[in-house]
Design a binder for this molecule. Sequence first.
Ligand SMILES: C[S@@+](CC[C@H](N)C(=O)[O-])C[C@H]1O[C@@H](n2cnc3c(N)ncnc32)[C@H](O)[C@@H]1O
Length: 331
Amino acid sequence: MNTWEYDDPFLQVLERPDQMPSGYHAPVMPEEVVAFLRPASGKLFLDGTCGGGGHTGLFLDSGAEVLALDQDAEAIGHCGERFAPFGDRLHLVQANFAEAGEVMDQLGFGKLDGALLDLGVSSHQLDTPERGFSFQREGPLDMRMDQRGSMSASVLLNTGAEEELAKIFRDFGEEPRARAIASRIVEIRGDHPFRSTIDLVKAVESVIARSGPRHPATRVFQALRIAVNDELGALERALEVISARLGPHGRFGVITFHSLEDRIVKHFFRERSAEWIDRPEWPEPRRNPNHIFRLLTPRPIDASSQETQTNPRARSAKLRVAERIETDHEN
Ligand SMILES: C[S@@+](CC[C@H](N)C(=O)[O-])C[C@H]1O[C@@H](n2cnc3c(N)ncnc32)[C@H](O)[C@@H]1O
């Protein structure tokens, strides 16, 4: 059994908002990120998830030039103000990190020396009721990280087929009562549409009785958030795109917060770091045509106990890092 499947900070924060550090967002594993990625003057770094700017600030402080992306307009606004003194050493763009290649082409950038993805939602997003991420705060059922998107949680809940909703709750929340909850949602929306976070909380509570420390809507909220933002699809695309943009010895770090994300990163880095591959039907191993990385973290890096004491969000964080080797191919 996976012991941290549901230790998503999203869930932890909702359960213990009092324990969160104040401010927009506290960056996780700041020292480890700097030690592995080695930002420095003269280097070009991509922060694909700038959020409150915790990691972007570290890269800027090192003297590096930084391309910082976030799909959330509020994060871009916040970082624009926070880092105004850095002038044109910071390039801030509201974009999905899966579009990093297009953004780099538009800005005329060459190869990256380092890149970071710090996945999931920021504390600020969770703490803002109007964004609809939290089942503990009444707000519209939105959950879009990119406010320009058309697929909010309420649109999904009010229009999605019962089977689709059940699959989302099962695949992205590993919710055992996925079918029953989807069926209840379809029944309720026949009467009145879902509008607020509390509408959904009540629907789930009518299927699963409250017992134990975890709220019954926990998994459903996590699943919806992942689906609304196509979080796993964007991650898969970004891994390919950003890897292709790293120069020789460029380092790529990814911080994940639950096993669905971590599994994707682990497999990607492993597959791209293997020099040889073998299959039962082959007479002998062959060179891996996708070998582009040296894996710097055969096991993921966890936050220190010191950090997890002050930032509960760091408890489920896992950092994996790979370094580009020199290859003939572009991808
Ligand atoms: C955990 S926070 C990052 C915090 C940041 N590292 C800091 O130290 O303040 C994640 C951020 O990534 C953004 N995000 C999530 N998925 C994204 C995607 N596919 N493309 C761009 N931004 C994304 C969210 O909007 C959020 O602001």
